[in-house]
Design a protein around this ligand. Sequence first.
Ligand code: ADP
Ligand code: MG
Length: 379
Amino acid sequence: MYQRPFILAACLLALFGLSFLRAPNHNEDYRETLYVFGTLVEIEIRGEPAESARAAVAEISREFERVHVAWHAWHQGGELGAVNQAIARGKQIEVSPELANLLKTAQNLSKESEELFEPAIGGVIAAWGFHADEPPSGKPPSADTIATWVAARPRLADLTIDGSTIRSSNKAVRIDLGGVAKGAALDLAADILKRRGIENAVLNAGGDLNVLGKYAARPWNVAIRDPFGWQAVASVEMRPGEALYTSGNYERYLEYDGERFSHIIDPRTGRPVTDIVSASVLHTVGTRADAAATALSVAGVKDWSRIAERMNVDLALLIDGKGKVYLTPGMAKRVKFHVTPTNVIVVEPTKQLALARHAFVRSVGKPTNTNPTIEKNQQ
Ligand code: ADP
Ligand code: MG
């Protein structure tokens, strides 16, 4: 059904997406690719002396290595590992102000998402085999195992974050920041660049990205990947300071008996999400965009619009298993489609259930410089 995914190829596609879509003059570019969080992170800085660009990337690289250890979900040696061990033993623990802040942010995002973005479900994510450096293999967990985790109902709301002291009222909480760590790390990197006076840059972690400023006189133009293939389904001109994050089940999944299980788990059922194959969120904060992309994947066709609204997300685009594209009215104005989706549905935030159906017809495969004509067809 889907193309076979390779993370490296996906990253290269994201990099390629950036390079083929932007303006041709890149003489002043400084580019470096780091490997961290199991993915390639391409950093591109414009209009800076190579020496200062190199120094900035060196600092970012050190910070990425540090947070990679500190926020790791299953390597036990880092700060988050210690938090999870303390919670399992019913003990409180002191953490760095940085981790306390990130947990507070994640706790708020969980609440806003009606606990669909729920990093406390690390136990059930591990039971599905996703706490491993290798892609998972073997059988899905038993119904009993899943039911036990769901009944324990681990939530970040169970945490009390008192200054930098963390305690949990629920021993089943196992924090997995995989749904938000990339966003938090790229926000950190963007702050480093800004502090160093760097104005124009892009930080791209396999298609999840933050931009600063512009590419020469033009905006950074980035691709949203077609989850069913390698081409771009659409592209977006990024405004300075924006971030675009996509959650998908096409890169990391468990395949068993011909069935594919996504690494994004619905906390209500303890099972992988099924209807959404890709959810992209455009926002000014990477951390929020990342968490919201995960939340909208879980919310699914029925609930994504309400959750987007609650999470203060105006710009989102989702693709379901049949290739149907759902988007917010704001996103409909921002994207340029490169292929012809079978169906595009623009969902008004407050009229989620009265879906306005839009059919549109365009030539296949040709990127254009104008937004597609969208004809309204009330369903
Ligand atoms: P991607 O890795 O494709 O960018 P996400 O940002 O959605 O996707 O991150 C997925 C990761 O988030 C999973 O591998 C897992 O570690 C964690 N996760 C899975 N389900 C949830 C959930 N419902 N809420 C928060 N985190 C989740
Ligand atoms: Mg995410």
